[in-house]
Design a protein around this ligand. Structure first.
Ligand code: NAG
Length: 149
C-alpha cells in the first residue's frame, strides 16, 4: 500500500469523526479529540482488534495510563478519550502490534508500536493517528486539526 492510499483512508477516518452527531452547542467534534486508524499493509485491510493504551507523562520517569481501547473492524477507535481527560501534555499511545501479528500467524519484529507527542502545545487541537503495519516495519502519520470553536 502506498502513502497516497494511506492519506485517502486517513481522510475518510477524519471525515467519519467530524460526521459524529452534532450536539446542541454545535460541538460536533468534541467526541473525538484523539482518533486512531490502523491498516494492515500485508493484507491491505483495516487492522481490527488491535489493543492500545494512552499514557500521559507525569514527570521524567513516570507515565500514567489515561485511556485504553481496541480497534473495530474498520481499524478505528472512537471515544478513546474525552476532552476533559486530554489536556495539554505529552502523551504516549502504545499499540500492541505483536499480539495483532501473532493472531495473524506471523511473528513480528517489534514488541509494540508507539507514538509519543505533545498535545495542544499551540492551542486546542484534534488528532488522528494513522498507523500502517507490516511485520518488520511500521509507518505512522498524524493529522492535526484545529478544534471546532
Ligand atoms: C514522578 O511522579 C511519581 C508519581 O507521582 C513519583 O512517585 C516520583 O517520585 C516522581 N519522580 C520524580 C523524579 O519527580
Amino acid at each position: 500500500m502506498d502513502s497516497s492510499l494511506l492519506s485517502v483512508l486517513l481522510a475518510a477516518a477524519v471525515l467519519l469523526c467530524s460526521a459524529a452527531p452534532v450536539d446542541r452547542h454545535g460541538e460536533s467534534d468534541t467526541h473525538c479529540p484523539l482518533m486512531v486508524k490502523i491498516l494492515d499493509a500485508v493484507k491491505g485491510v483495516p487492522a481490527g482488534a488491535v489493543t492500545l493504551s494512552v499514557s500521559r507523562r507525569v514527570n521524567e520517569t513516570t507515565w500514567a495510563q489515561v485511556a485504553s481501547g481496541m480497534t473495530d473492524l474498520t481499524g478505528e477507535v472512537h471515544n478513546l478519550i474525552s476532552d476533559q481527560d486530554f489536556q495539554s501534555g505529552v502523551y504516549r499511545v502504545e499499540f500492541d502490534t505483536k499480539a495483532y501479528w501473532k493472531s495473524q500467524g506471523t511473528t513480528p519484529f517489534h514488541e509494540t508500536a508507539e507514538v509519543v507527542f505533545e498535545a495542544h502545545a499551540e492551542g486546542h487541537r484534534h488528532y488522528t493517528l494513522a498507523l500502517l503495519l507490516s511485520p518488520f516495519s511500521y509507518t505512522t502519520t498524524a493529522v492535526v486539526m484545529k478544534a471546532h470553536e
